[in-house]
Design a protein. Sequence first.
Length: 270
Amino acid sequence: MPELPEVETTVAGLRSVLDGAVLSRVEPRRADLRFPIPVDLRQRMTGATVTGLTRRAKYGLIGTDRGDTLIFHLGMSGRWRVDPSEIGTHDHLILETGAGRLLALNDPRRFGFVDLVRSDAWEAYTPFTRMGPEPLGPDFDAAMLVRVLAGKGTSIKATLLDQRIVAGLGNIYVCEALNMAGIAPTRAAGRISARRLALLVDAIRAVLSAAIAAGGSTLRDYARPDGELGYFSKQWRVYGREGLPCPCGGTVRRRVDGGRSTFFCQQCQR
DNA sequence: CCGACAACCTGACGGC
DNA sequence: TGCCGTCAGGTTGTCG
């Protein structure tokens, strides 16, 4: 489930294999995922040395010494397989290092994509120019939320899923954070007190940090050959738990908003 | 301004 | 066994 924590642990896993490595083989296995794979990707990346990996929102970035940065997005079902025993149907991009390590970008649904940008201009990459701050970064705080949510009639759930407000949250962690903060998902974003928005900021930071920590300590990394859920799924308070108890003692409910499931507790979320 | 919905895809799972 | 409906982590655009 690639939301911010999964991309973070994925990038950490890739870093241990790729950072400083030479890309001896770069092989797209098909012409497109959600969007076309750049036709010159193989030519531009093959033989390059990886100089660093980072994450922005739900995007991973792999920089090279040629001034190119490979950007990837995992969509709904994407993941990197590390040293797979064989290349499978949905392995769409293969990377091999000079040390013989193998990485395969696997994405059955192909909602993900890869792209190539000049490293000195990655911030100008279109998706990034419209994006809100990193939820774990210094620019995301209660004062900022108060400012951008003022007057908004949109539900707080839809608002937090809007990457222009804050970048990296998805359906799972929005449900979890709203439950932790005791805020009903349907509440109008502009009608939440500054005090409760401060609790929401804390909740978002806490749930993301805990998920990253679980990925880092128990999963080690999200990039691995199998497709098991990360350990953090065991810690879900409401997501996927319809009919089961909320930590407050209430019962978790499910509703559908804009075609997506929302899990929440009527007793403690107002 | 806001919510609903479709589209892009494949796979897993439950019911019969 | 198998068929069918439903659902799934994201994003973007359109419509009313």
